[in-house]
Ligand binder design. Structure first.
Ligand SMILES: Cc1ncc(COP(=O)(O)O)c(C=O)c1O
Length: 397
């Protein structure tokens, strides 16, 4: 009997029961006189989670990818120069999209497993005395390698040379789970989707947009079609949409925001760190290596694990899925076959992760990677016990 497929991918993530129930509501008229009562408080809650008071949080039907599209289409014109770095699958995909938008893309070659090379960004920004670079792009949490980058340091590098470019940040696998400070970090475009830190089904693109980015969108000349900020904002400021919104998902998102804010952002970040650290201790006990090269850059939402030379990580994934109903995530592009990933973002707790780690140990042995059964579980158990807070947080429902 298939109980359920145990989902440990870094998006979609576990959907809490309370979110599932919030979505399970009758459909409604999105032009009804009281519809704004759902949308306006949701906008305010999202601002708290993005930590912005001055920016707007826009919602489109879509996913993270459409957030990249919307940012580029609204705020830049063909031929504009952007500065970005390549250090993982998702930073590369955004670069490819910049090219589709006919932007001139200056790419810093980074290393997979390393964070965004801030010193190199700083050098290029300092050299750009005429401010030809119109936007600086960075992927905050590279989900493919399990690496988090320092957005505050990038902002500091921009400020140091008084650079006028927009700062566009992919926060798809960070916002709602990892520390993210849109206003403090001077982020002009913050891109997110609903199926990761927000513990929701895919289907919403959630965008933080600064006033500076909104001004840029008034002069940019790219066709933006569905994703037109201005077209949305006309009605959205009053709590309505110019098209038919995904009403049931909005209910779910309101519930997930409530849960995140009730737990408290700092508590969420601390919980994410603690859960991730248990996974990292397990990997160490197995004698395996992380794809992320330094503790300072390890992601607290996803752990990418290298399989030893001569093994194919796809065998780990297949065995996990076929024999144990466990969904782990694949290695992508450059690290395909070399890496498997454990997602631990959103509605997860120690019990769930210990189950995933125990099962992963069986899988690894099944495919011939001989780790001592129980070694990772014990390492994680020890860490979870040692680091248990005096007053445990309310469990995620
Ligand atoms: C960092 C990052 N950016 C962008 C995306 C693309 O988002 P989506 O799959 O929601 O379109 C993903 C998806 O995993 C991601 O992890």
């Amino acid at each position: 009997m298939l109980v359920t497929t145990h989902l440990f991918t870094p998006g979609p993530t576990h959907m809490p029961e309370a979110v599932r129930r919030a979505i399970d509501v009758p459909l409604q008229d999105h032009r009804a006189p009281d519809f704004h009562k759902l949308v306006l408080p949701l906008q305010e809650d999202l601002k708290k989670i993005f930590r912005t008071e001055s920016g707007e949080i826009l919602l489109f039907a879509g996913s993270g990818t459409s957030g990249w599209d919307a940012s580029l289409a609204n705020c830049l014109s063909p031929g504009d120069k952007v500065l970005t770095a390549s250090y993982g699958h998702f930073s590369d995909l955004w670069i490819a999209m910049c090219k589709q938008h006919k932007l001139e893309v200056e790419v810093i070659e980074g290393a997979w497993g390393e964070a965004a090379p801030i010193a190199e960004y700083a050098k290029r920004l300092a050299a750009d005395t005429n401010h030809e670079i119109k936007a600086v792009l960075v992927c905050h949490n590279e989900t493919a390698t399990g690496v988090t980058s320092d957005v505050a340091a990038l902002r500091a590098a921009m400020d140091k040379v008084n650079h006028s470019a927009l700062l566009m940040v992919d926060g798809v696998s960070s916002i709602g789970a990892l520390e993210f400070r849109m206003d403090d970090w001077g982020v002009d475009l913050a891109v997110c989707g609903s199926q990761k830190g927000f513990m929701m089904p895919t289907g919403l693109c959630i965008l933080g947009v600064s006033q500076k980015a909104l001004k840029a969108s008034e002069v940019a000349e790219n066709p933006r079609g569905f994703f037109d900020f201005k077209g949305l904002l006309n009605q959205y400021k009053g709590g309505y949409f110019p098209y038919t919104p995904a009403t049931t998902l909005l209910h779910g998102l309101a519930q997930s925001c409530l849960m995140i804010l009730e737990e408290g952002l700092d508590n969420v970040h601390a919980r994410q760190f603690r859960l991730a650290e248990g996974v990292r201790r397990a990997v160490q006990a197995w004698g395996l290596e992380l794809c992320s090269r330094r503790p300072e850059v390890h992601s607290d939402t996803v752990t990418a694990i290298l399989v030893p030379e001569g093994f194919d990580s796809n065998d780990v994934l297949k065995t996990a899925y076929n024999d144990y109903n466990l969904s782990l995530a694949a290695g992508l592009s450059k690290v395909a076959g070399k890496v498997f990933r454990i997602g631990h973002m959103g509605a997860v707790d120690e019990l769930m992760l210990l189950g995933a780690l125990a099962t992963t140990e069986m899988v690894l042995n099944d495919v011939g990677i001989n780790v001592t059964l129980g070694s990772g579980v014990v390492a994680a158990q020890k860490y979870y016990r040692e680091s248990k807070q005096a007053e445990p947080q309310k469990a995620v429902a």
